[in-house]
Design a protein around this ligand. Sequence first.
Ligand code: SF4
Length: 415
Amino acid sequence: MEKNTCANLHPQSMCPAFGGLRVLTRIEGARVCLVADQGCLYGLTFVSHFYAARRSIMSPELMNVQISGGTMIDDVRATIEQIADDPAVTFIPVVSTCVAETAGIAEELLPEKAGNAQVQLVRLPAFQIKSHPEAKDVAVSTLLGRFADFGAPKREKSLLVVGEIFPVDAMAIGAVLQRIGVESVIALPGTELEDYVEAGKVEACAILHPFYERTASLLEKKGILTISGNPVGAGATAGWIEQIGEVLELDMETVRQVAAEEKEKAATVIEKFANLSGKVIVAGYEGNELPVVRLLLEAGLDVPYASTSIARTALGEEDHQLLSMLGTEIRYRKFLEEDMQAVMKYEPDLVIGTTSLDSFAKERGIPAIYYTNNISSRPVFFAAGAGTVLGMVAGLLGRKDVFRKMKEYFTPTLP
Ligand code: SF4
């Protein structure tokens, strides 16, 4: 495949800080102080509201005059005070983006508390944090570093689950964990700042997505055992349940029984799609693409190429090795151009990609759907998740002819 040059690079993803805003604006009582130049502020508030943040974001004016005049830090402090005037605000994350970080924000010059609110700086410049999933990791690890009560006695049989997941998946995970004997579960990123405090008291942590590297490393340093992987597909589901049983020293007979039942349920669902065949390209920028590819491969589909915006990480290494062994070419920190070349090279029957790639595929008569809206917004875990994802893929593969006819209809024929 052609190597990228500067000439064919294309904007690849939204501003990374968006990932941090997604985590921070969800917290009850939080009001973000966004330190960004006016263009970034417009884009970031737009995209946050587009994804239904429903939270006000406040920002000091940050233009050349403030940077060159040296008033930025005073303006940030004044904005924090203004936000803190509202007694309902209990948390003020100060999100520092590219321009502010380049100019330099000294954390020690910010208050730790203002009014009723805790104040915490979260640094999210794109020149350091390359993708929005990784910005979620920065936000979660920063909040844990500041608020988690690591010094408190550990709660027995307690688990922290890290990963932004569909609500039905959270319920399914909760039900399975209860059956194997887990007594308390905290899920992050969540809506309560208190959960970040309580997260310091867990015995172990399950990191569902491979980009939560800083979070995993912080927890390990604090003596919390972490496991990677997720319950996607039959084999991985059983392995994930058993790993939790082992780190929490649960009754392994019960754990193995539940693991076998869940594996069987997922395998039965996957078997229903045994007649499914086709070539699928998965090219998202969410950082959770590889488990989905694993599920498609388990169902017998051919996935010659997968790409993501995140870097290759130790937490995702197992998937990387397995998928590579099964013949999937994997691109990390991908460029749109690489995805487009893959579409031309592999001529897939379905593309689950980014909006730009989907347009490119559809122009060629290939069915294509947006990864974020179609995968990240539906359950993927356990048997129910396998059924939902494979059902959707089966429906789309069945529509290949419709796309071909549509392309023919709109292709002008020369007289
Ligand atoms: S300049 Fe930085 S903060 Fe602004 S939109 Fe671009 S990546 Fe985001």
